[in-house]
Design a protein around this ligand. Structure first.
Ligand SMILES: Cc1cc2nc3c(=O)[nH]c(=O)nc-3n(C[C@H](O)[C@H](O)[C@H](O)COP(=O)(O)OP(=O)(O)OC[C@H]3O[C@@H](n4cnc5c(N)ncnc54)[C@H](O)[C@@H]3O)c2cc1C
Length: 394
């Protein structure tokens, strides 16, 4: 059992915080180094909240699932004319990135959560890993956990074979306060995840906690995610060039998408979506964008360093399982450290299961995305379209 030692975590989002909490619970001396200068406030975007994502907060931090998430009873698909083409009863929980981040950070505390610390390199000696930061400082640790997200600094070092492929579409996203929606719209959307599909397009809308974390109906936000195809090259370059003329690789924050694209997106919403869904999309003041990627790797651990969450494999979002995968990586890491006598042995034992978990998610999500965005063969009745981390089970 590895019960003492210094752990450095690069990246203080949901994956880094969950791993940090779990390793600290084992008795390890954990410090989280986050690149951002300020505590993260990621626009409050919604997340499908699977059991693995909620597990730390419910099992160890003593929170009630219903305090930190909304829930819906139905999965519903609407046609352009507003008629229901498919409906089934199935309960989902949803939360927002901000709600979960705030709860995890409160549990971890701020003393060993260091902001403005961008890790840029690492080297390993026989008995330590030395992490170097942008400001030139170095930190020696016994274990480095890289939780630095989809554009990870450390992935190319650990997994030079990694491939990051653009899926051929992006997610337009946004939230609007429920209080700003017409009563008839709210009534239809409040207790469901509502989908609508047309050629090369899929939109889903669901309620999430308000910006202040409120889960009281009427005080929540309605969240949309709209997958739309853009050709690699010219189309995507133009879309992802922000208001300041900078081409962004991964995302455009609220306020950075150029007006010409916001106008086009709203016009398409009015022309092609069911009216009630279009009314949500067009009410969002500052929609934002995330590019959809598949990232595949064959290595998640080398020596005393490992990759967790989106720093490792990245799946398209159709299974709503990205944060669940990040959390599951952390739980498995804690278990491996608890059952092995050295860090390198624990990492070597941890890696195969985490590669397998990630690969099945990347493959399953890519199949779902292809059906929705390219083949027009998405089948709402197929259980494969249900949100879940593992092919079977929750
Ligand atoms: C459109 C879309 C919809 C999604 N929907 C869902 C959903 O419904 N449910 C779900 O569970 N998941 C969803 N996801 C996936 C989810 O957002 C990610 O899987 C999750 O955020 C990954 O968490 P992470 O902690 O690994 O990385 P990130 O959240 O990307 O965090 C990485 C952190 O590392 C920091 N960092 C980066 N580089 C460095 C460095 N060199 N040194 C120090 N710090 C650094 C960054 O500032 C950031 O804070 C969705 C993703 C997309 C694109």
């Amino acid at each position: 059992m590895v019960a003492s030692g210094r752990v450095a975590i690069a990246g203080g989002s949901l994956g880094g915080l969950t791993a940090g909490l779990l390793l600290r619970d084992l008795g390890l001396d954990v410090t989280i180094f986050e690149r951002s200068d300020a505590e993260l406030e990621q626009s409050g975007a919604g997340i499908g909240f699977l059991p693995d994502s909620a597990r730390y907060l419910v099992e160890r931090a003593g929170l009630d699932l219903d305090e930190i998430s909304t829930s819906t009873r139905f999965i519903r698909y609407l046609e352009r004319d507003g008629s229901v083409s498919f409906e089934r009863e199935h309960t989902y929980h949803f939360s927002s990135w901000n709600t979960v981040y705030r709860a995890l950070l409160a549990a971890f505390g701020r003393e060993r959560y260091l902001l403005g610390r961008e890790a840029v390199d690492r080297r390993e000696t026989d008995d330590a890993v030395i992490v170097r930061f942008r400001d030139g400082r170095e930190v020696e640790a016994d274990l480095l956990v890289c939780a630095d997200g989809v554009a990870s600094t450390f992935r190319p070092q650990l997994a030079p074979e990694a491939t990051r492929e653009y899926a051929g579409y992006v997610a337009w996203r946004g939230m609007v306060p429920e209080a700003e929606l017409a009563p008839a719209v709210l009534e239809e959307l409040a207790d469901a995840i509502t989908y609508s599909l047309f050629a090369n397009s899929q939109i889903l809308i669901y309620p999430i906690p308000g910006l202040d974390g409120s889960v009281v109906p009427g005080q929540r936000l309605m969240n949309f995610v709209w997958y739309r195809n853009y050709r690699a090259g010219g189309d995507l370059d133009d879309l992802m060039t922000d208001r300041h003329g900078d081409r962004r690789e991964v995302s455009l924050r609220p306020g950075l998408v150029r007006q010409i694209h916001v106008d086009e997106m709203r016009a398409t919403a009015r022309a092609r979506l069911p009216e009630k869904l279009a009314s949500v999309v067009t009410a969002v003041e500052q929609p934002f964008l995330q590019v959809v990627f598949d990232v595949r790797i064959d290595t998640m651990a080398v020596g005393r360093t490992c990759l967790v969450g989106d720093a490792g494999l990245v799946a398209r979002p159709h299974a709503a399982a990205g944060t669940a995968k990040a959390a599951a990586n952390g739980w498995a890491l804690a278990e491996a450290l608890d059952t092995h006598d050295s860090i390198p042995a624990a990492l070597a034992a941890w890696e195969p299961g985490q590669l397998a978990l990630g690969r099945q998610l990347v493959d399953r999500s890519a199949r779902l995305g292809t059906r929705s965005q390219f083949e027009g063969s998405w089948d709402p009745a197929d259980d494969e379209t249900l949100f879940r981390l593992r092919a079977e089970g929750p």
